[in-house]
Structures are given as C-alpha cells and as structure tokens.
Design a protein around this ligand. Structure first.
Ligand code: AAT
Length: 286
C-alpha cells in the first residue's frame, strides 16, 4: 500500500479494497463500541470510518441519506412520528427534518462518540441534530425497539454493517420488534448491503421484510464510496396496499429544490425498485 492512502480493508470485503489519498488524519480513537477514524481526503472531503468501513464522505453522503429517508417517508401517507436507528453522523436526521409532515423524530444511536465527533468534523451532516423535532437517545437500537409499542409511522435503520454493534439490526427478530413498534400503516426501511458479492445478505434482508410485513420491496441506490458503489434498502409496510414503486408524495422540481435535494427525485424513487435479473431471481429464490 502507498503511504498516505486509506484503504478499506475488512473481512466483509475479502480480496478487494477501495482507497483514498489522505491529506490529514483528523481524529482516531477506540470508543466503547468501535474504532472511529475521521479523515480529510484529497478527493472526497471529510470521511467517517468505523471499524475500517467507510460510513460516509462529504463528497457523496447525500446519495445515501436522501434515499434511505425519502423512499419510506414519501411512501407513507402521513409520516408524523419517525424513528432513526444509528445514523450518528446526523445526515438522516437532517433529511427527515426537512419534511413538514414529520412532527417527532426520535433517534437512537449506540455510540455517543460518533455523535460528538460528527458535530466537530461533519457539521454539514450533524446540523440535523440541531432541529427541535429531533430527540436523541444514546442506546442500543435493538434494546430501544424492545421497549416501544405501536408508536412510530416510519422506522429508518441507518446502521453500520453486520459486524460489531450493528449485527443484531440485521436479524429477523429485529424486524419483528420493528413491526410491533409501528402504528397501523407503518413503514420500515433498513440499510441492506450490496448485491455485488453480498447477494445472500441482501436477499436475507428482503426476506426478513417479506416474512414479517404484508408488503415488502427491495430498492437500490448508487453510493460511489460504498462497496461496489451500490447499496440496497429493504422496505416493509404494515399496509398491504402500500405501493412502494409509486410514492404517495410526488415532488415537483420546485419542491425538490425547496427541500435542497441533490439526489432524490420522484423518478429516481420509482427506478430504485427496478432490479437486475440476477437480483430478482435471488430475492425470489430464498
Ligand atoms: N449515515 C450513514 C452512516 C452510517 S452510520 C451507522 C451508525 O450506526 C454508526 O454511527 C453506529 O455507531 C450506529 N450503530 C451501530 N450499531 C448500532 C446499534 N445496535 N444501535 C444503534 N446504533 C448503532 C451507516 C453506514 C452504512 C455503511 C454501508 N457500508
């Protein structure tokens, strides 16, 4: 490896790696839960890395935060109470807070240090926490879910990958707990891995939704700095009539400009559910 470069080297991605040239290591520590690294890179601005995996970069974070937020929010007729699990950088809170129908945003992040360091080094994302609608809890998302019943309209799980503290958020039992925590008509959306090389994980997440909710769907987005440049989302709805492919709230160009959306459009939403043949077959098989 060249010195001065960060390479994403983890057991989750054997035999390959994405690299960025580092201008400065802004911060490095071992928290109670994970290794936290904040880098200033030449090409991607500030980058947050947890346990060796890239969580977000200043350059393309919006492509992920907007999709994981608005795929579920615009599929729900009246999303007043939203729960965000994970998302310690504040990017999803920033997006969810933009939507006027949303009245309450609870967020449960396990690692206080991710929040504190994001406030310091990623203020363009952590500004999400300043919104008065946001109530931040520092706790384990799985435990939090066990203690909440029939309350939320939308639950967004913006979690790190299924290794370390986030492992429980990828299990079927977590989807059962989310179902219980929703009000009638509620919708969930979870980070669901990449189908390039992790097809089994992606299909498992879709099948958790399909096994637990009357309606399920799998969506995809381009995120240039995530493994293979692609990440999926598993969506489930308590309302069997939810039509994920045709969002109830469709945005005009003016509306999306007013919301300062840089990635999400209604057409991108519809296209996100159009999947390659090998993915369709893998989702059907399981
Ligand atoms: N907004 C995009 C960044 C993330 S951050 C994922 C967050 O989930 C981290 O802050 C981590 O501390 C938190 N987290 C992990 N486990 C739990 C848990 N059990 N309960 C609550 N929060 C948790 C997502 C990046 C996706 C990366 C794709 N490769």
């Amino acid at each position: 490896l060249k010195t001065g470069w960060f390479s994403e080297l983890t057991d989750l991605l054997p035999g390959r790696s994405f690299s960025m040239e580092v201008e400065q290591v802004l911060h490095k520590e071992q928290s109670k839960f994970q290794e936290i690294l904040v880098l200033k890179t030449k090409s991607h601005g500030v980058v947050l890395v947890l346990d060796g995996m890239i969580q977000c970069t200043e350059f393309d974070e919006y492509s992920y935060q907007e999709m994981i937020s608005f795929l579920p929010l615009f599929s729900h007729p009246k999303p007043q109470r939203v729960l965000i699990v994970g998302g310690g950088d504040g990017g999803v809170a920033r997006e969810v807070a933009k939507y006027p129908l949303v009245e309450i945003i609870d967020q449960v992040e396990i690692d206080e240090r991710v929040i504190e360091l994001s406030k310091k080094y990623l203020p363009f994302m952590a500004q999400g926490f300043d919104n008065p609608k946001v109530n931040l809890h520092v706790a384990d998302g799985f435990k939090f879910m066990e203690e909440h019943f029939q309350y939320y309209d939308v639950i967004i799980t913006d979690s790190s990958d299924p290794i370390g503290p986030a492992t429980s958020l990828f299990q079927k039992s977590y989807f059962e707990l989310m179902k219980r925590a929703l009000r009638p008509g509620g919708i969930v959306c979870s980070q669901a891995d990449t189908f390039w090389g992790h097809l089994k994980n992606a299909a498992a997440m879709y099948n958790h939704c399909k096994g637990v909710f009357p309606k399920a769907a799998y969506a995809t987005s381009y995120v240039s700095t995530y493994p293979a440049g692609q990440i999926g989302f598993a969506l489930g709805s308590l309302d069997e009539n939810t039509d994920f492919l045709n969002p109830v709230h469709q945005l005009t160009n003016q509306q999306r400009k007013d919301m300062k959306l840089r990635y999400y459009t209604t057409d991108i939403h519809k296209a996100a559910f159009v999947l390659p043949a090998f993915v369709i077959d893998a989702l059907d098989d399981d």
